[in-house]
Design a protein around this ligand. Structure first.
Ligand code: GLC
Length: 511
């Protein structure tokens, strides 16, 4: 039973294509690898797939530096293969979301090549070019996100000006105040929407509007990358145009934006009045919440209040391709399992990151194998599919395996009903069967210290969730049938009133 629209009630599964499954033998995952695992994803029970960037790219930032927005990079496959993947996903009732990177292109994109040709180039104004400051330094004090401690400006000898890049020098920022840029990017979205893509994850969307005066960041914040501070009214006009375009297509197409602001973390403004993004990631507020009942209670109360006031729908993310996995952050599988219960039963649209259903930890990547300029290789380790030497991959993967790969391989966990993989599957099934878990109201219930208890209610459908954040067993006076237990114990039976350490249960409350 699914309550519409799908992006509210459903669960979205993020695939980092390089690391999912290689079928060509080059050690890099590909579209064919994803296609061959669609049955697995349907079995798991997710509703949509989000693919991190697959467009043509020189791969300075592994696809977040795009050189052609309307083609698939040959490393991953072809446009035909993508069409086939989308058709086969749709046949299994899985929606397809692509990662769209509108803030910057690759420095090899034909737009930038033309822009940097001369000061009078027709595309000069597509990017942010400025004269040097009086002592020939960069135009302002903005810092790039990576490499660490670098400026967001690169001087271009040929034309004697600096260009802005909030990320790598290979990722020049577009100037979205230029209507030609917006028009060209709208064409890109139409290209994919016409091909049947269900939505886009919009990369660093809060960076699109810039203060036209490009003022210095305040001195006390000047060490923070500008991308984590940029929060300008101009972005909202850009978003309203995007929303109109996407809503012009039939079938509930969706935009989910990455807004990562360190100083002003309230992201609800990016939903507009229901006329900007459909969904926004709330990353600092979820990724950095410590393993503590009071902290999770406070986080969720804050989210509920802020989102209700804004008429916005929350999202939940525990892991992604930019941050250490939550299994690694939390330090034990028991906690990772209990966290999965939070992820799939708190209000909002959950995003799963491929491999979390296996309890994968970050790989330990030796210095000579590090490839990411942002130091994020560990959470991008390849997915182990079976127990063979290369765990189902055709070639030796581009990054080392995560710890315990032979024990966490999909084939192994699929054969073990007590595994974390089966827990995810049962949670996804329980969620799909329950309007309360998908879209119900959320109310905190009294519980002993260290335990978070909450109820989800939609009409007559009710679920009670109990999460023990402590490393001791606790007695919780609650009654109901255990629908899902993070340790697998006692499902189907009456709750006995005790939770073991770092464990969670979903109950169907008694009358
Ligand atoms: C986003 C992506 C990250 C990328 C950056 C620049 O934060 O998630 O992987 O490096 O944007 O595009």
């Amino acid at each position: 039973m699914r309550v519409d629209p799908w992006w509210r009630s459903g669960v979205i599964y993020q695939i980092y294509p390089r690391s999912f499954l290689d079928t060509s033998g080059d050690g890099v995952g590909d579209l064919e690898g994803i296609r061959r695992r669609l049955d697995y994803l349907a079995w798991l029970g997710v509703d949509a797939l989000w693919l991190s960037p697959i467009f043509r790219s020189p791969m300075a930032d592994f696809g977040y530096d795009v050189s052609d927005y309307c083609d698939v990079d040959p490393l991953f496959g072809s446009l035909d293969e993508l069409d086939r993947l989308v058709a086969e996903a749709h046949a299994r009732d899985l929606r397809m979301v692509l990662d769209w990177v509108p803030n910057h292109t690759s420095d090899r994109h034909p737009w930038f090549l033309e822009s940097r040709q001369s000061r009078s180039s027709a595309k000069r104004g597509w990017y942010v070019w400025r004269d040097p400051a009086p002592e020939r330094g960069p135009p302002n004090n903005w810092m790039a996100a990576f490499p660490r401690d670098t400026r967001a400006w690169t001087f271009d000898d040929a034309t004697g000006q600096y260009y802005l890049h909030c990320f790598l020098p290979e990722q020049p920022d577009l100037d979205w105040s230029n209507p030609e840029v917006a028009a060209a990017m709208h064409e890109v979205l139409r290209f994919w929407l016409d091909r049947g893509i269900d939505g886009f994850r919009v990369d660093v969307v809060h960076c699109l509007g810039k203060d036209p005066a490009l003022p210095d960041d305040p001195p006390d914040l000047a060490a923070i990358p500008h991308s984590a501070l940029n929060d300008q009214p101009a972005t909202h006009g850009v978003l309203r145009d995007l929303r109109r375009l996407v809503d012009g297509y039939p079938g509930d197409r969706m935009l989910v934006g990455e807004v990562y602001l360190l100083v002003q973390p309230d992201v609800t403004r990016y939903y507009g009045r229901g006329d900007e993004l459909h969904l926004v990631f709330d990353l600092p507020r979820t990724l950095h919440t410590p393993w503590d009942a009071a902290a999770w209670r406070e986080r969720t109360e804050t989210v509920q209040t802020a989102y209700a006031a804004a008429g916005a729908w929350p999202t939940l993310v525990l892991s992604n391709h930019d941050t250490p996995r939550h299994r690694t952050r939390l330090g034990s599988e028991a906690r990772a399992r209990a966290a999965a219960v939070l992820l799939l039963t708190l209000p909002g649209t959950p995003f799963l990151y491929a491999g979390e259903e296996l309890g994968l930890e970050d790989a330990v990547v030796p210095p000579d194998r590090r490839v990411d300029p942002g130091g994020r290789d560990g959470c991008r380790a390849p997915i182990p599919w079976d127990q063979s030497a290369r765990h189902g991959w055709a070639g030796e993967p581009w990054l080392p395996w995560p710890p315990r790969a032979e024990r966490c391989a999909v084939s192994v966990l699929r054969d073990d009903p007590s595994s974390i993989l089966h827990l995810y599957r049962r949670l996804l099934a329980a969620r799909r069967a329950s309007p309360a878990l998908q879209v119900g109201d959320w109310t905190v219930r009294e519980a002993p210290a260290g335990v978070l208890a909450y109820e989800r209610v939609a009409g007559t459908d009710r679920r009670l969730v109990l999460v023990n954040f402590t490393s001791e067993p606790v007695t919780v006076p609650a009654a109901g049938r255990v629908a899902v237990a993070s340790d697998g114990g006692s499902e189907g039976a009456e709750f006995r009133g005790e939770l073991v350490a770092d464990a969670a249960v979903v109950l169907v409350p008694g009358r």
